[in-house]
Design a protein around this ligand. Structure first.
Ligand code: AMP
Length: 401
């Protein structure tokens, strides 16, 4: 079964085409700077044929048309005809409460996604555009929307409601939704499989630590809490986002510094987090600077890991039993230092990291890095490479079947 996965951003279009019967990625790539003079297209196949082009793609339609022409190209392509595609899976960021599972897209679903725009004004419009363009170019291929929020729709009310007047929830949807659901779900399933535990029985805490970051408490294979909220700003310290702050800080900024709402939004989303503390948002740079004695970089690392540790403590208290801690995404998979700092001094909770295994994690493979031995932990510590596109492809297959 061949499935194309599309992830449309405001000026980008990421794509990956899977042959699920043979567990293969046939081709993948990205178009960036759509709408600009020099949009940039990258294309790569499993046999390492690559293609790059700079062209003024005016919109997502032109970009997708170009992608299709490459996919069908005699030399570079991986398809003989578009009819070989059995489905297109789309990443949609916000499904609100309406979309608890992925769904086949029709007019009603498009309207539903449109309704969620006030909750995700930056993400849902380009996702919707990607869907519409794909439907117009592949009118005979079924399209499936897979939502970042769906996996967390199992959170109980006491976890997802804010302590705000009920009307704001009932009439305007102000509640916690959580994001990165596709990734949390995927790594939980991979971990369950690795540990030989049926997913319905897995109790785990998943750490999606990339430029954006979130954690999830998973009980019986279901998300019961997650660190992001109504928007992806709540929770952990991130590359450029503050995560949790006193909600009165914006009032101070407005009153004392005369900042308007737009500037406050920019400050909290783009100028805060690791970048705000030390001027850098890449953990590789920050780790290097800290090693060389840079105090701001050290503070940034300390604040980053301290916040994650606090959420770990909170989620431990929510779970009746814990099988595994699961680290994923750019930082979770690759930063020995961050994993070590988060898990330091937790032996009393049965969490024991094996320092050597932690240092020798091989890229792109699932690894167990807890210390073994008698009287040692029963809590597994896993590093699991995430693959959101593969999960979207497999959920698309599930819906179409
Ligand atoms: P993501 O958003 O999942 O692509 O993650 C991006 C982040 O992963 C970057 O900002 C880096 O901080 C981090 N990262 C990527 N590679 C490494 C690495 N080899 N070691 C440490 N951090 C890394």
């Amino acid at each position: 079964m061949k499935i194309l996965v599309l992830n449309a951003g405001s000026s980008s279009l990421k794509y990956k085409i899977f042959d699920l019967d043979h567990d293969l990625v046939l081709a993948s790539g990205l178009v960036e700077k759509i709408g600009e003079e020099k949009a940039h297209l990258i294309y790569e196949t499993k046999s390492k044929k690559t293609y790059e082009e700079e062209a003024p793609f005016k919109n997502h339609k032109e970009a997708l048309e170009k992608i299709i022409s490459i996919l069908l190209d005699k030399k570079l392509g991986v398809l003989n005809s578009v009819s070989e595609l059995q489905g297109v899976g789309h990443r949609v960021v916000h499904g609100g409460e309406s979309f608890k599972i992925p769904c086949k897209v029709n007019e009603e679903v498009l309207k539903g996604i449109e309704k969620m725009i006030p909750l995700a004004p930056l993400h849902n419009p380009p996702n919707l555009e990607g869907l519409k363009v794909s439907m117009s170019l592949f009118p005979k291929v079924p399209q499936v929307a897979v939502f970042d929020t769906s996996f967390h729709q199992t959170m109980p009310k006491h976890a997802f409601r804010y302590a705000l007047p009920e009307d704001l929830y009932e009439k305007h949807g102000l509640r916690r939704y959580g994001f990165h659901g596709t990734s949390h779900h995927y790594v939980a399933k991979v971990a369950a499989n690795y540990l030989n535990i049926p997913i319905e029985k897995l109790n785990a805490i998943t750490f999606h630590l990339g430029n954006g970051g979130s954690m999830a408490a998973i009980k019986g294979g279901k998300s019961i809490d997650t660190s992001m909220g109504m928007t992806p700003l709540e929770g952990l310290v991130m590359g450029t986002r503050s995560g949790d702050i006193d909600p009165a800080i914006p009032f101070f900024l407005e009153r004392e510094l005369k900042m308007d709402l737009k500037s406050i939004d920019l400050l909290l989303n783009k100028k805060s987090g690791l970048k705000g503390i030390c001027g850098k948002n890449d953990i590789r740079d920050i780790s290097r600077l800290s090693k060389n004695g840079d105090e701001k970089a050290t503070l940034a690392l300390n604040i980053y890991c301290y916040r994650i540790k606090k959420y770990l403590g909170a989620y431990l208290a929510l779970l009746p039993k814990l099988d595994a801690l699961v680290f994923t995404a750019g930082i979770g998979e690759n930063s020995t230092l961050v994993r070590e700092m988060i898990l330091k001094d937790l032996n009393h909770l049965g969490i024991n990291l094996d320092q050597e295994k932690n240092k020798n994690v091989k890229r792109g493979t699932i690894q167990a890095i807890q210390a073994e031995g008698k009287d040692q932990t029963v809590i597994k510590i896993l590093v699991v490479p995430t693959d959101e596109e593969k999960e979207i492809a497999s959920q698309t297959k599930g819906i179409l079947n």
